[in-house]
Design a protein around this ligand. Sequence first.
Ligand code: G1P
Length: 261
Amino acid sequence: MLTVVDRPVLQYVVDEAREAGIEQFIFVTGRNKAVIEDHFDIAFELEDTLEKRGKTGPLAELRAELPAAGSVSFTRQQAPLGLGHAVWCARHLVGDEPFALLLPDVIIKAERGCMAQMMDVYRDNGGTNVIAVEEVPAERTDQYGVVEIEGSGDVFDVTGMVEKPKLGTAPSNLIITGRYILTPRIFGMLEHQEKGAGGEIQITDSMLTLMREEGFKGLRFKGRTYDCGSKIGFLGANLAYGLDRADLGPELRALASELMG
Ligand code: G1P
């Protein structure tokens, strides 16, 4: 719920999914995260105040962000057992359908949303599994899931994946960015997944099994990632999105250059 400029980080990710045509949203949250549910509901008091004060612009913006009735569901991961386990917690809500998975601490600034770009790859390849990848310097590969690939270009076959490899052992410097399109077979694999890197149930480990059975495409997407789970990523996102705003950009640019001397 941290705000980048004036909207929660989560909202950017929901917008990216909406742009890709996604209509049903499932949030896996945890204890003390009820504020997320409230964010997707009508803010009655706020709307009432805005209306009484004649603030039609902000009121319209607020209403435009309200999801359609019944399109949002929530479930809880009761213990932090890993990303794979978090996804598995949503198995009954997802059902027997392919789904998109977006990790909302990562926001991607792109002309066309990353998930929309991935949806093209999914459609063009007969509904296969897809992950978004990007390059990082070799000394940071130990912080991510890293892929091994075959072929070149923007879309390629993934031939291997490893979660948080030790430095010097990564198969490439292409990392998994936090955007996935997966078939529901992943749930059966997650069900039996043993703990992996960091003692957690990792989605990457189950994806490796899925890859061997169904294949996986990687997409080098067009766009820039801001990992809002890191301080520098969060600051960078505020700067990038702020500079882009017609109402704030010029003043922010002047301020930033003044501060940088
Ligand atoms: C998760 C995934 C990892 C991926 C990363 C992207 O790691 O497990 O494969 O590269 O997100 O942000 P986490 O950030 O939860 O450690």
